[in-house]
Design a binder for this molecule. Structure first.
Ligand SMILES: [Zn+2]
Length: 460
């Protein structure tokens, strides 16, 4: 990673000349130091619950402490958040036996994320694709066997009912006591980690072994008896939100947030599942926003004119698992913060060089945002202000709670959620321009009346 940076240093000098940016060198330097630490291979992709995830949290906490900021959560800088992990599925409590033959867990079949835990012994019944017509004659109490992949014409005819979960729900409604989905895969199948289950009330398994899929189809047509037992034990880990507070004794607080978690080695959440096992460094997603957050904390801790606002700096965990850290935060806002008047979210701000425009989502969530942002000088970029919320990052739970929030974003790219999201592709000068614009925006917010929430911005 370090050798790559030498090349980057040269590249960013020429980029800065081109764009004629005037960012302060100490801002770029700060951002680089944070980026280098957070996106290093040593941190292993900052997976919540991993050593690298914990090292990132500790680094963020130490940075806040060194800046002389106060802990945000009572006496602590951290708030525990529960995050789902791969479920436990044991061969001792999971079984699929047809006649006298045991089908092997993992090698040939695996519980579905729709499975409930249970144990049934019943006749197999052939339900073809599990469409309404196929299920009309399903014997009540039988174990329905259906094929996952629909031929095009069948899918077109079934419309919305063609989805696998819809067909499974229909089979349960038709009286199935268990469901076997035939989903043969040539080669090694990727087994669902079952981090999130949506149990439908009966055991549901997927058979991926080609030979077994054929055998089970035959057995179902003959109405053979089977035993099906499933037990999926949900697991969770805890990882911290890390938050600091610049307490100025004011009645309201502006929250600046960025998620610091990423997808580790890509066991889940990778856009390149075939590269699972490689470190997904997430230099842009979201070491960039976290570095900007820490740099903003340093800049703003020294600014004398912050009007009538306190500032809170929050590095969220669990974003990649469904905004879990920011959801937990908005549900348990620490009382001393008073009213949260605005939230600024920084997620993926390291690729300004891609388009030279800084996208801002959620500008409709307060009536004043658009005008305010237009007065913030853009150093070598254009503002790309968008009304829509774009619900896939940590500002969304704030808007859902009626708190005006905006999301700074430099856009998606081919390295998104891939092992190639590395430091050498980060536009540091661009990040510095984003960070400086954010610092000005925060000061503007702090010195203006609290923005007015626009309920029309809530996504229905
Ligand atoms: Zn992400």
């Amino acid at each position: 990673m370090r050798t790559l940076f030498i090349a980057l240093g040269l590249a960013s000098i020429s980029a800065s000349a081109q764009l004629a940016r005037h960012v302060a060198p100490e801002v770029t330097e700060q951002l680089y130091l944070h980026e280098r630490f957070l996106s290093d291979d040593e941190l292993g992709g900052r997976l919540p619950g991993s050593e690298g995830g914990a090292a990132a949290a500790e680094y963020i906490q130490n940075t806040f402490r060194q800046l002389g900021l106060q802990p945000l959560f009572d006496e602590r800088f951290t708030q525990d958040v529960k995050i789902p992990d791969a479920a436990k599925v044991s061969p001792a409590t999971n079984a699929l036996v047809i006649g006298k033959d045991s089908v092997r867990l993992t090698a040939a079949y695996w519980p579905s994320s729709l499975s409930s835990n249970g144990n049934v012994a019943a006749k197999l019944a052939w339900a073809q694709y599990g469409t309404a017509a196929d299920l009309a004659a399903l014997p009540k109490g039988s174990i329905a066997v259906l094929v996952r992949d629909l031929p095009k014409d069948v899918a077109a005819k079934a419309g919305k009912a063609a989805g696998l979960s819809a067909r499974i729900a229909a089979a349960v409604k038709a009286g199935a006591s268990g469901i076997i989905v035939l989903a043969p895969v040539n080669g090694t199948p990727r087994l669902d980690l079952l981090r999130r289950t949506r149990p439908v009330g009966v055991p549901v398994v997927e058979v991926h072994d080609v030979k077994w899929a054929k055998r089970i189809a035959k057995s179902a047509k003959k109405g053979k008896t089977a035993n099906l037992a499933t037990e999926v034990i949900a697991q969770q880990i805890t990882a911290p939100n890390v938050g600091a507070w610049l307490d100025r004794g004011k009645p309201r607080t502006i929250v600046i947030g960025a998620h610091y978690d990423h997808v580790g080695l890509g066991a889940w959440g990778s856009r390149k599942p075939e590269l699972a096992g490689q470190v997904h460094n997430g230099a842009d997603d979201n070491a960039s926003g976290t570095s900007a957050l820490l740099t903003l904390a340093k800049i703003l801790a020294k600014v004398p004119s912050l009007g009538d606002a306190n500032l809170a700096f929050v590095a969220f965990t669990g974003e990649e698992s469904g905004l879990l850290g920011s959801k937990e935060f908005v549900e348990t806002i620490p009382a001393p913060l008073g009213r949260i008047s605005t939230m600024l979210n920084l997620d993926m701000v390291g690729r300004l060089n891609r388009s030279d425009s800084l996208r801002v989502y959620g500008t409709h969530s307060a009536t004043e945002f658009r005008q305010m942002l237009e007065t913030v000088p853009a150093d070598g970029f254009y503002w790309d202000l968008r009304d829509e919320v774009f619900g896939r990052s940590d500002h969304a739970p704030f808007i859902q709670k009626g708190i005006p929030a905006v999301f700074f974003f430099t856009g998606l790219h081919e390295d998104y959620h891939a092992p190639s999201d590395d430091l050498d592709k980060i536009d540091l000068e661009g990040m510095a321009a984003v960070t400086e614009a954010a610092a000005i925006f925060i000061q503007l917010l702090a010195n203006s009346a609290p923005p007015t929430f626009n309920p029309d911005s809530l996504e229905k």
